[in-house]
Design a protein around this ligand. Structure first.
Ligand SMILES: Nc1nc2c(ncn2[C@@H]2O[C@H](COP(=O)(O)OP(=O)(O)OP(=O)(O)O)[C@@H](O)[C@H]2O)c(=O)[nH]1
Length: 306
């Protein structure tokens, strides 16, 4: 019970597909005695991530869809934060997962600007997941750097195949962008020495971005919904072809799929041109498949005949 004490808040940021949801699932498992609430902001009008989170009561999970907290849904975000604290007196720690294209400064700012939120919450800091496998591709460098610059803690993820020399180089690169943050290395969101309580906020100056209206104004999403079971091999053929043709434009693809002659839903996870398609934990209960594609998609036609 938090009663008169404030709810701790940690923001989890990081570029598309860096491992934010994977990391949150690992926290929920590890700190299973803690009462968490989760605010999930997804880019796109279908929430895939909330379906992949295991360990927070559905009523304590808040989805902010159809926009991004950092630019289009600020008012809704602040209302959700107030309502959450007032309705769920048992919550001890709030985790906020930003979209992979968010400017985290805008997500953090209300905790320092809004007096009401300051009475309810104690801001503990920002963790940035950094994708070691895809950090060096050319996608949206400004945005990736800003997410690192704002963080109190950088968790360099996907390091299972990295040698110590590569880790040292990576550390130096992060230090150049953010000399203040703590840095640890993780595999599937798990770092040996990580302690949530030790992530602490270090005051920083968050200048408003002077260039384009938003750091991600060029990035958009397309959602594809299919109401009949799909043929798996035809789908895989289409997927490999599409990811190959549009490897510089599609930053992220994810979905929950219903294939012909399969009992369980399949989960699609694609980051930076490669993908995984694996059987999920849920039995198919409806014949719908939903796919979200994120990237520079303005001139792209992803129509299919499944
Ligand atoms: N090889 C490898 N893959 C990982 C690791 N951590 C996560 N992944 C995979 O990376 C993909 C994306 O992971 P998510 O946790 O969904 O990433 P995210 O940051 O929440 O993605 P968005 O919300 O779309 O930005 C999934 O296929 C994960 O299984 C890791 O340490 N190593």
């Amino acid at each position: 019970m938090h009663n008169n004490s404030k709810i701790a808040v940690t923001v989890i940021t990081g570029f598309l597909g860096s491992g934010k949801t994977t990391f949150i699932n690992s926290l929920l498992k590890r700190y299973s005695e803690k009462q968490f609430a989760l605010v999930e902001n997804e880019f796109g009008d279908i929430a895939i991530d909330t379906k992949l989170i295991k360990g927070v009561e559905a009523s304590q999970m808040f989805e902010l869809k159809e926009g991004c907290i950092c630019c289009t849904i600020t008012d809704e975000y602040e209302l959700v934060l107030q309502e959450l604290a007032e309705r769920f007196q048992n919550v001890e720690h709030l985790l906020i997962e930003t979209t992979g294209v968010a400017d985290p400064a805008s997500v953090i700012r209300p905790f320092f600007r809004d007096e009401k939120l300051q009475e309810l919450y104690s801001f503990k800091g920002t963790i940035c997941l950094l994708d070691a496998l895809n950090f060096h591709n050319d996608y949206e460098k400004d945005l990736k750097y800003k997410q690192i610059a704002v963080a109190d803690f950088v968790l360099v993820n996907k390091t299972e195949k990295q040698f110590s020399e590569e880790k040292e180089v990576m550390k130096k690169q992060v230090r150049q962008i953010n000399p203040m943050s703590e840095i640890q290395f993780a595999k599937y969101g798990i770092a040996a020495d990580f302690e949530l309580e030790k992530v602490t906020y270090r005051p920083k100056f968050y200048p408003a971005f002077q260039g384009e209206k938003s750091l991600h104004s060029r990035i958009s999403t397309q959602t594809m919904v299919f109401s009949k079971p799909i043929n798996k091999s035809e789908f895989e053929y289409w997927l490999s072809y599409t990811l190959d043709v549009y490897k510089n434009e599609i930053y992220r693809i994810k979905g929950i799929l219903c294939f012909e002659n399969e009992a369980f839903e399949f989960v699609l996870q694609g980051v930076g041109g490669s993908y995984e398609l694996f059987e999920g934990e849920d039995i198919i209960s409806r014949n719908n498949s939903e796919i979200v594609v994120i990237g520079k998609l303005d001139k792209m036609d992803l129509a299919t005949n499944f």
